[in-house]
Design a protein around this ligand. Sequence first.
Ligand code: ASP
Length: 391
Amino acid sequence: MTKFNQSEGVTSEYEIEEDDHHHTHRPLFRIKYRSNSIVSTNFSDTGSISEGLPTIKVLGTGGTIASKGATAHQTAGYEVDLTIEDLISTIPDLSTTCNLEYEQVLNVDSKEMGTPELLLLHSKIIEDLSKYDGFVITHGTDTMEETAFFLQLTVNTNKPIVLCGSMRPSTAISSDGPMNLYQAIVIAANRSSRARGVLVALNDRIGSGFHITKSNANSLDTFKSSNNGDLGHFVNNEIHYYFPPAKPLGITYFHLTAGSTLPEVPIIYAHQQLNNRLIQLAIDELEAEGLVFATMGAGSLSAKTNDFTGRLAHSRGIPIVYSKRSQDGMVPKASLPVQFEAEDGTKSPFLNNIAGGYLNPQKSRILLQLCLRDRMNIPQIKDCFKGVYGG
Ligand code: ASP
């Protein structure tokens, strides 16, 4: 049993018990608060999920929220250096809101998140799903939207799963980490957050993980779903949702089993004078099972690139998703080239292309990976993308 003093200015103490009955290498901690430094919410009595207080699990994965810089003004070039236990110790007492448990699943910058890390996080949530009323995941902001989207498609639950992070490291003046973590836990513990899909909570905004994207590389107010808007706000310790509970349209759920992996699907960023050999390299050298284009505009690729891709896609039998460079808007089915030209000038129908709808390239990639993992054929994949107004 360890006793901690909370950070300067907050006087309460709490106990942490290490619980190793799960026999994992990652210790699980339960917090028992002894006193209330701050009455954390005025709606927990009406908003709690179970009869008593809900139990919320916080899963730490790293990111800027878990980082330390060398000075108080350093906001770039810092390293992940704090554990989830350290982060929990920076927020006020939540004992009137929920029972809190936490676990370090990973501790990396989110640029290091990849298929093994996503699958680990997924299996942890599936393992814990029946034991908790909601989850909070601390995560780097750079790829948070990908993890949120992946979890939305692979964890079918009405329990709140709330991702949070910060744009400033813990050592920076006005670090946003503690407030974002605090808000995310209160949001996860509140009944009104159920059945809304995976949520992203930063900077007082609550957004849909399915729709949200990181819009600004530096500012605190970075997460936007400009096509769809925020789901709600967190202001003065109150949650305000703008709509009744609903999950986004267009979700296809995929059931992942232990030992799953995801196929190679690169993204090619289109631009003026795109060298088509890059496409060939991506498919051949990487043994790609599918490809996503960040097209110019609403599905635009040069005629040469369309023809080159059509020939390759048909000879290899792989799907090609047309997504977009633009943050907003969509690639409709009508934008897809209907045929491609062979070297000898003969034309064939281009059947392997798929419109990404409103999904950005990184989210299109995840959906395509999951479709390919389920061994879907082109019409089945098109059906999944129809849900996001592509196909
Ligand atoms: N580099 C950080 C990351 O892990 C950025 C952040 O968390 O804001 O994504």
